[in-house]
Design a protein around this ligand. Structure first.
Ligand code: HEC
Ligand code: HEC
Ligand code: HEC
Ligand code: HEC
Ligand code: HEC
Length: 137
């Protein structure tokens, strides 16, 4: 299991009614989901749990305008093209990442290998031509 720089819990935070895309903003063409800006965290943590050593650490990152160095869980090799926005037209986050709102700690609980991509493309009658994912025009 990846050791993260801060013990951030999706379960704790999603219970407060936050939406996935408030933190994972998918700017522009929506290829990347992105990690939240520290200023987003500080909208609450400027006043919430300020005595916690973890929140002090978070505050330091925010002050220095340095991103928290989160350890990546889902990562494709550079030679694979993938767009979040395209896929959110046909499915939801849970299909590829599991029930995140129930998780204290993120693990790679769903596969993102070539077979899993292709199986779903078959199911939806989407193309499985090599160039679709490996050399998009
Ligand atoms: C308050 C902000 C916030 C909200 C809301 C949020 N996340 Fe996250 N998410 C994070 C942070 C911070 C991390 C990095 C730490 C970690 O992996 O737990 C992360 C990591 C992830 C990752 C792992 C990415 C990787 O490859 O390392 C996935 C997948 C993810 N979130 C999906 C979701 C989904 C799905 C939802 C909605 C159900 C959601 N998140 C809501 C802040 C948020
Ligand atoms: C069809 C599958 C699929 C769906 C649906 C999906 N993701 Fe992902 N997600 C991926 C893959 C594949 C990666 C790795 C991408 C890479 O490394 O280029 C990823 C990476 C991420 C990351 C790491 C940062 C990044 O941008 O690469 C976050 C955060 C994340 N997803 C959040 C979400 C959230 C939030 C949703 C729903 C709003 C969602 N994902 C829906 C497959 C999916
Ligand atoms: C909507 C307000 C809100 C936002 C936005 C928010 N948090 Fe929190 N966070 C809380 C609350 C409230 C708690 C305390 C929950 C509890 O202890 O019951 C908490 C707890 C935590 C804790 C545990 C602290 C400890 O020592 O117990 C960490 C770490 C944390 N948040 C990190 C983050 C990060 C990183 C972000 C930005 C990605 C973030 N939070 C965004 C409200 C928020
Ligand atoms: C939920 C089922 C599903 C999964 C899982 C899935 N795809 Fe797709 N994908 C689709 C569908 C359906 C389309 C066609 C969407 C359209 O044409 O609007 C598509 C289209 C695409 C496209 C072409 C559109 C674009 O973005 O240019 C690429 C590239 C792609 N997928 C890559 C991947 C990769 C890489 C993975 C695995 C990491 C993956 N897909 C996993 C259903 C899926
Ligand atoms: C729907 C998306 C998709 C399509 C279509 C696709 N691939 Fe892939 N391919 C991936 C992903 C994701 C990976 C990286 C993860 C993995 O190795 O399984 C990958 C990895 C690979 C690798 C590297 C394997 C390794 O062991 O490092 C080769 C070679 C490859 N693909 C060839 C092909 C060929 C040939 C085709 C056409 C018959 C094809 N791919 C079609 C998504 C796709």
């Amino acid at each position: 299991m990846a050791e993260q720089p801060l013990p951030y819990s999706h379960k704790t935070h999603l219970k407060m009614g936050l939406k996935c895309t408030e933190c994972h903003t998918m700017p522009g063409t929506g290829e990347v989901a992105t990690f939240p800006a520290e200023t987003k965290c500080m909208t609450c943590h400027a006043s919430v749990k300020t005595d916690s050593p973890h929140i002090l650490k978070l505050t330091e990152y925010a002050k220095k305008k340095e991103p928290v160095p989160w350890v990546r869980i889902y990562k494709l090799p550079e030679f694979v093209f993938f767009s979040h926005k395209v896929h959110l037209k046909v499915t939801d986050c849970a299909k590829c990442h599991g029930p995140v709102a129930d998780r204290e700690v993120m693990t790679k609980e769903k596969p993102i290998d070539m077979n899993s991509c292709m199986a779903c493309h078959d199911e939806h009658k989407a193309s499985n031509e090599c160039n679709l994912c490996h050399n998009p025009a």
